[in-house]
Design a protein around this ligand. Structure first.
Ligand SMILES: Cc1cc2nc3c(=O)[nH]c(=O)nc-3n(C[C@H](O)[C@H](O)[C@H](O)COP(=O)(O)OP(=O)(O)OC[C@H]3O[C@@H](n4cnc5c(N)ncnc54)[C@H](O)[C@@H]3O)c2cc1C
Length: 361
């Protein structure tokens, strides 16, 4: 594979570095420091789950699970803890999830809301409840650091504080990367894993990027008793999208609760990352009603970016020497080690999945 430059040191760029550094000389360029909180990958927790209504994503999560275990084994770091997940909401939204898990041969249970409330008194439940055990949390910062460290151990050169200004293909098998400081890197392949910065850099580099909406989301951590024992949870509120879906999970920082994809559209270079008190109040009100196990007086909000495609499918494709990993639409973290493998496959010339191709949406 020769020389590969990866732009972006969030979880996806680091996972790509982990996979690619086995076969190529990898240089990763990241504009900020190693643990920065201006993108999408920071913090202590992300939900891992197999449960999706779409069998395509169930299959991806099933494939990602052993790769998380590989990462743990290679790094010696515990990263993924399975405490199970409860999904609840209208029957017509829960049943397709059950069907997808059943068709994939994965275990799950359907519970009466009263039985669920007895089992998990820290939560209140809507009309239909599904539990699946192959779910829980990934320690986000630890996972990204483990990918990065293993890449470095395999010879990758990871540089922080380097912002890439442009990437230019030179024919089909060579590309030139120029930094803001005027440094030039040439490589056989470039991987762009720039999260919320994709609408600028990726759109300037390859054709066919779907329209991306970058939003500032605002999850809230609450103190709770024994948060690490909590199942993660997803609450589908109504079938008409009038109420945003809510999610939550335990972490070392307490129990995180948020609404999925409700934040305002932002420019990642210009947002001020200040907490919106009205949005915080809405999460607190939700927790008061549905998450009785948290202490709502101790709410702490933070901000994070979603990069949303029109259909919420990712963009994983290659154009000439440039591979794009993007549009993770607020649900990509759980797949990160698999995305790393897919990046290496794309760089090696394998075809992308049609679902993730450039120019199809
Ligand atoms: C609040 C919140 C909750 C979430 N919860 C879940 C969850 O429970 N489960 C789940 O699976 N997913 C979840 N996600 C989604 C998941 O976190 C993201 O899909 C994932 O982190 C995206 O990683 P990334 O590497 O694409 O982006 P980023 O982490 O943003 O990384 C991109 C990097 O590229 C760098 N960069 C950009 N432009 C340049 C440039 N020109 N030069 C150099 N560097 C550059 C940036 O500085 C950044 O570090 C959540 C996201 C948020 C915001």
């Amino acid at each position: 594979m020769g020389d590969v430059v990866i732009v972006g040191g969030g979880v996806m760029g680091c996972a790509a570095a982990w996979s690619l550094s086995r076969h190529a000389r990898v240089t990763l360029l990241e504009q900020f420091g190693p643990h920065h909180d201006r993108g999408s990958s920071h913090g202590s927790s992300r939900i891992f789950r197999l449960a999706y209504p779409d069998p395509f994503y169930v299959d991806l999560a099933v494939r990602a699970l052993p790769l998380w275990r590989d990462l743990e084994q290679e790094s010696g770091q515990p990263v993924l803890e399975l405490t199970g997940a409860v999904d609840h909401g209208p029957r017509e939204l829960i049943e397709p999830i059950a069907a997808a898990l059943r068709d994939a041969g994965r275990p799950y249970e359907i519970l009466h809301p009263a039985a669920a409330a007895e089992r998990w008194p820290m939560l209140r439940f809507d009309e239909h409840v599904l539990f699946h055990p192959e779910a829980g949390r990934v320690h986000a910062d630890r996972a990204t650091a483990a990918f990065r460290q293993l890449a470095v151990n395999a010879g990758a050169d990871i540089r922080h504080g380097v912002r890439v200004a442009s990437v230019t293909a030179v024919g089909d098998a060579r590309a030139e990367v120029v930094t803001d400081a005027g440094e030039v890197f040439t490589a056989d392949a470039v991987v762009l894993a720039v999260g919320g910065w994709a609408p600028d850099l990726v759109a300037r580099t390859v054709p066919g990027l779907p329209p991306l909406r970058v939003t500032q989301e605002q999850p809230v951590h609450f103190p709770a008793t024994d948060p690490l024992s909590w199942p993660s949870f997803l609450h589908y509120r109504g079938t008409d999208a009038s109420e945003p879906g809510a999610y939550g999970l335990g972490s070392v920082d307490g129990v995180k609760v948020g609404f999925h994809g409700v934040g305002p559209q932002v420019d990642p270079d210009r947002r001020d990352r200040t907490v919106d008190p009205a949005a915080l109040d809405r999460v607190v009100a939700y927790a008061e009603q549905w998450v009785p196990g948290v202490d709502t007086t101790g709410a702490v909000a933070s901000t994070c970016l979603y990069t949303i495609t029109p259909d919420h499918d990712f963009v994983l494709d290659r154009h000439g020497p440039v591979t794009v990993l993007g549009g993770f639409s607020g649900h990509g973290f759980k797949f990160a080690p698999l995305i790393g493998r897919i990046a290496a496959d794309l760089v090696a010339g394998r075809r992308p999945s049609e679902r993730f191709a450039l120019g199809t949406r």
